[in-house]
Design a protein around this ligand. Structure first.
Ligand SMILES: [Fe+2]
Length: 278
């Protein structure tokens, strides 16, 4: 039986220039260092890491240079997609080895890992906080999914295509999710849609497919479902997602593990040398 494929997802790194804090509070560089250490400690080692947007914060070339230095110790190959805090041109310049589908426009890409396709969609709109899939991106997605109908696929984009209930984020979601849904519905090989942007873990369905948001290694958007407070963040326990795809009948199946970042007590055995519960 072929082995599972492990895809780590980290999101919303918001790397600033060295020494600068995000919003004057959050040391996003230190947060990423802890995240990279946690990824490197995973056993078995993930096959690939996906960074689902907001790699930089302002953005500036200096921030991407800082990001590259922080990612250098990562022992897992990675691919990234832009978020609303990124610059397509700066990302192309910072990561020239990435296999983007086109030399200009959206930074979409397809990466095949064993029997699994990883499809990355660029939902960024230059200069705007909300997301939108350009016509060329939608056409590329349709053609890419149609090209290998037998292969399971995981789809990543920065902006969630669904409402979360956090109003000030929902107005920045994917504005043309209605154009994405029929493409997903017509290609059952899509097994998971995963986004970032909201800095906190969620689970729902979109177009009949499980859909998640990956938490961030730094700060979380405050869980405010009643619009009581001004848009706010909270430094909650940092985390990332580990998607494990198991081969099997049909398209196999994928399980998403929520992995907290930090030093925790354990692991401790459940059973003693006599085989009895301790
Ligand atoms: Fe973000």
């Amino acid at each position: 039986m072929s082995k599972p494929i492990l895809i780590a997802q980290i999101s919303d790194l918001h790397i600033k220039a060295p020494g600068a804090l995000a919003y004057g509070k959050v040391d996003t560089a230190a947060a990423l260092q802890r995240c990279v250490a946690a990824l490197n400690a995973l056993q078995p080692r993930p096959d690939l890491a996906v960074i689902s947007g907001d790699l930089a914060d302002t953005p500036t070339v200096e921030e991407y240079d800082h990001l590259k230095r922080l990612l250098a110790p990562l022992e897992i190959p990675f691919i990234g997609i832009p978020g609303n805090h990124d610059s397509r041109a700066m990302m192309r310049a910072a990561f020239p080895d990435q296999a983007y589908a086109t030399s200009e426009g959206g930074l979409n890409q397809l990466r095949s890992v064993g029997g699994l396709d990883i499809v990355l969609l660029d939902s960024s709109v230059p200069g705007k906080p909300h997301g939108e899939l350009e016509p060329a991106t939608l056409q590329w997605l349709e053609a890419t999914l149609a090209a290998s109908p037998e292969r399971p696929a995981l789809l990543f984009l920065h902006h969630p295509p669904f409402r979360t209930g956090i109003d000030h984020m929902d107005v920045q979601d994917l504005s043309n999710a209605g154009a994405l849904a029929p493409i997903i519905r017509s290609h059952p090989r899509v097994q998971l849609i995963s986004a970032g942007h909201v800095h906190r873990a969620t689970l729902t369905q979109f177009a009949g497919v499980p859909a998640t948001i990956c938490p961030a290694p730094n700060h979380a958007v405050d869980l405010d479902l009643d619009a009581r407070r001004a848009p706010s963040f909270r430094v909650e326990p940092p985390a990332f997602h580990l998607h494990v795809w198991f081969p099997g009948a049909g398209f196999g199946h994928v399980v998403t593990h929520h992995v907290p970042i930090g030093a925790f007590d354990g692991p401790h055995p459940f059973f003693g040398a006599d085989g009895k519960l301790l």
